[in-house]
Design a protein around this ligand. Structure first.
Ligand code: 4D8
Length: 254
């Protein structure tokens, strides 16, 4: 495929995104009055940590499944060998979920849509990973503050997904080229919506580094906590993605 036909590329990415973004902006806005009550928050705080981990893992896995669908709907992504597709999804899916989290984040009261209600950060305290959770909330806030359009979120999340320097990739060069084309189109779009396009792009690129750190931190906590998970069942896809040295072939992407 010729990535110079970037108009096709862009419209295909946006279409893939609209089909798989779970909630429209309108739906997200209609939830915004549903804020979790103090008692509601307390109920989560009183849950056993492994129970809450299980619940969060379930929600994250649901979101990841939509990211996998997003990738599968993109012609550019599908033009890479399955070997690279799997590496990109394994290493990038949580980062894309965090980009998507920015849409479901309310800057005014610093809450995120979780289990049907806009929910404050304290809700997640018993997980025992405050730095990870606050990092995720800060990331969502900093992306939300950029006021991206849906098309721009689509392109940015795609750029995150096709990061060319993940370990083990066969076609790093072609991925890097594709990523510059996508980021170029993104900057082009900023001319219509933002006063300082290069500045926004710089901020996004810095966010990309931060996303990677958060994804690493999440894996670290997961490995640290996994021996506490004997009483709680985690979604198979979640385990497959974040248990590092399992030699079994992936089964849940299909
Ligand atoms: O569209 O799928 O409905 C967050 C999870 C978002 C984590 C989800 C979550 C999302 C991170 C559940 C737990 C982001 C949407 C809903 C569920 C991403 C927190 C809130 C999706 C966008 C908002 C709305 C806790 C959906 C940060 C992290 C917990 C760990 C155990 C690491």
């Amino acid at each position: 495929p010729n990535f110079d036909i970037s108009e096709n590329l862009v419209s295909n990415i946006c279409e893939a995104y609209y089909k798989t973004c779970q909630y429209s902006r309108e739906e997200l806005a209609s939830y915004s009055k549903a804020v979790r009550s103090q008692e509601g928050t307390l109920q989560f705080q009183n849950m056993a940590p492994d129970q809450l981990w299980g619940l969060c893992a379930e929600k994250i896995t649901e979101a990841i499944q939509h990211v996998v669908e997003f990738a599968k709907h993109s012609n550019a992504f599908m033009s890479f060998d399955q070997h690279d597709q799997i590496i990109l999804l394994k290493t990038g899916c949580l980062e894309v979920v965090l980009v998507r989290m920015a849409r479901a984040f309310n800057i005014t009261n610093q809450t995120v849509l979780f289990d049907e209600k806009y929910t404050p950060i304290e809700t997640f305290r018993s997980l025992g990973c405050d730095d990870l959770i606050s990092g995720m909330f800060e990331m969502a806030k900093s992306i939300a503050e950029l006021n991206l359009t849906e098309d721009q979120i689509a392109l940015f999340s795609f750029a995150v997904l096709i990061t060319g320097d993940r370990p083990g990739l066969w076609e790093s060069n072609r991925l890097n080229k594709l990523q510059s084309v996508v980021l170029g189109s993104l900057q082009e779009m900023f001319h219509k919506t933002h006063s300082d396009p290069p500045d926004i792009l710089t901020k996004l690129v810095m966010n990309m580094l931060n996303l990677r750190n958060l994804s690493r931190l999440h894996s670290k906590y997961f490995l640290h906590f996994k021996h506490h998970f004997v009483n709680v069942s985690l979604p198979p896809l979640y385990k497959e993605l974040f248990f590092v040295d399992e030699n079994q072939p992936p089964q849940h992407f299909a």
